[in-house]
Design a protein around this ligand. Structure first.
Ligand code: BTN
Length: 335
């Protein structure tokens, strides 16, 4: 999406009608360019009203990202971050990984209104919507090596839980290693990418994607049960600038604690928010095989602990899903 499209969007964000001619004059471009910019809005899935003689309007304008508003909500913590707010980017993780290799400062953060090639875990695509998702990446430089960071993605989950609670979302839960669920549907995901030596230092790019208000067209592309903040709590939860500030503030606290003490001091809080704790699950392993058991906790390095028929097992990688245990009838047959 071109910069001009974002300029047009910002004019239309007062929810009033604006004629193509007036917008062209205001932005110093031709009417044809405005028309092209409006056509590009289709890509983003935003609803646009067009009324002959009155012009165009956005009936439901999103709250655009606003650097000043984010910093104001962060208050004294604003100085901790080096924040860049972009209209559009292929992937905030990819851009921040490139900047990290070029010595971007500790706590650099990139957030974008539109991410066109969002990366998910396990090579998946992360689908977002223009103004309808919160997609950002944070660079955190650790003195330690990759071994120490194995519990980092779980620690990030703790920060997300705290921030969502502060934002008014009461009953979110975690799914190992770091999905955020609401009523068993995915609300947010985390992708961490690392640069550095085995023994440190390490640059960690922590990417977070959170569904705020997904149009049906985007939701249809998601290959698992998904939920957004709008479905959970309506318009009161849609403030992306405040939400990002809450998440960054909690991330700063949790990451500082993690640097000093590792995951162990956050473990109890994490387990307390794990949607699958005490549940029977199936763990799909990278080899294509699976193990089944009951979730008994997580280890200090963030591995998932299962009680299986063959004894206690721990897993550092894999994809966990709830197992439907067939109900056993009194006569011993299964339903
Ligand atoms: C997952 O698969 O659950 C992880 C999704 C992570 C998506 C976020 S969106 C911001 C950041 N940039 C990316 O390209 N991916 C992460």
């Amino acid at each position: 999406m071109k910069p001009l499209t974002f300029s047009v969007l910002r004019i239309l964000s007062d929810a009033d009608f604006h004629s193509g001619e007036a917008m062209a004059q205001r932005l110093g471009v031709s009417r044809g360019s405005i028309w092209n910019a409006l056509r590009a809005l289709d890509e983003g899935g935003l609803e646009l009203h067009k009324v002959r003689g009155r012009g165009y309007r956005l009936p439901d304008p999103p709250q655009w990202l606003d650097r000043e508003a984010i910093l104001a909500t962060l208050g004294t913590k604003a100085t901790l971050f080096d924040l860049a707010v972009l209209d559009t980017v292929e992937s905030t993780n990819r851009t921040l990984m490139q900047r990290a290799a070029l010595d971007a400062p500790h706590a650099s953060c990139i957030v974008a209104d539109l991410q066109t090639q969002g990366r998910g875990r396990r090579g998946r695509i992360w689908h977002g919507a223009l103004g309808g998702s919160l997609t950002f990446s944070l660079l955190w430089r650790f003195q330690q090596g990759a071994g120490f960071l194995s519990g980092l993605s779980l620690a990030v989950g703790v920060a997300l839980m705290r921030a969502l609670k502060a934002h008014g979302v009461q009953d979110a839960a975690l799914k190992w290693p770091n999905d955020v669920l609401h009523n068993h549907r995915k609300l947010a995901g985390v992708l961490i990418e690392l640069q550095g030596d085995m023994h440190g230092p390490t640059a960690a790019v922590i990417g977070v994607g959170l569904n705020v208000k997904l149009p049906p067209g985007v939701r249809d592309h998601i290959d698992q049960a998904a939920v957004d903040l709008f479905s959970i709590g309506g318009a009161s939860l849609l403030g992306r600038n405040q939400l990002l500030a809450h998440i960054l503030a909690h991330l700063a606290d949790v990451l500082q604690q993690f640097e000093l003490e590792g995951f162990s001091s956050l473990r109890e809080e994490w387990v307390g928010r794990h949607a699958y704790h005490g549940k029977n699950v199936r763990m799909m392993l990278p080899s294509g095989t699976y193990e089944e058991g009951c979730v008994s906790g997580v280890a200090e390095d963030g591995s998932l602990l299962l009680a299986t028929p063959d004894g206690a097992r721990r897993f550092a990688t894999g994809e966990v899903s709830l197992r439907r245990v067939p109900s056993t009838a009194l006569d011993g047959t299964t339903a």
